[in-house]
Unconditional design. Structure first.
Length: 180
């Protein structure tokens, strides 16, 4: 019964995204993005559903599941597997690496108890490596969810991550606790 409900939920999300963006090749990325945002990942089971609903042979709109899989797996901000509630993306580019990035990523791994590409057993944290976050002047840099932290030292890691473990006090926005 639960599996059937999940299928209906997934189907309704796909329908909603296609209604919003249209049933065209150009809409594939926005449709995948909507699913990724709604669920935190793009379930493999959604790909045939998207294909089935976008497939319009009389208008020469023909997709294969492999086209959708390629698009979903290409972009680093999309995931095909369920991730933790909080996603840490650590910049592994040279500018971050040479200013102490190695020590910071090691501290993050020690703090979370996971290695890059892994998710904690309680599904709270996923640690991912990314090629660049676009703020090279303030390396080492990492993101937690949508918040970017720059000029990070190993000593700051615990305080930054604690912000996401503890309830946020009223009137305080993420990233506004002076951990910078």
């Amino acid at each position: 019964m639960e599996q059937e409900e999940n299928k209906l939920d997934l189907e309704s999300l796909v329908i909603k995204a296609i209604e919003k963006h249209g049933a065209t090749h150009e809409a594939v990325i926005p449709i995948l993005s909507d699913l990724n945002q709604a669920l935190g990942y793009i379930p493999i089971a959604s790909l045939p559903e998207i294909r089935r609903r976008i497939q319009i042979p009389e208008k020469s709109v023909i997709l294969a599941d492999s086209h959708l899989y390629s698009a979903a797996s290409f972009y680093q901000l999309f995931s095909l597997k369920q991730l933790g509630r909080h996603i840490v993306r650590f910049c592994e580019s040279a500018p971050c690496h040479v200013v102490g990035g190695r020590e910071v990523i090691q501290t993050i791994q020690d703090e979370l108890g996971i290695k890059p590409g892994e998710t904690t057993d309680d599904m709270e944290w996923t640690l991912l490596m990314t090629s660049c976050l676009g703020v090279c002047a303030v390396g080492p840099v990492f993101m937690v969810d949508d918040d970017i932290y720059g000029n990070v030292t190993p000593e700051q890691v615990h305080g930054i991550l604690a912000h996401y473990r503890d309830p946020v006090p009223m009137g305080v926005e993420p990233g506004d606790r002076g951990e910078k």
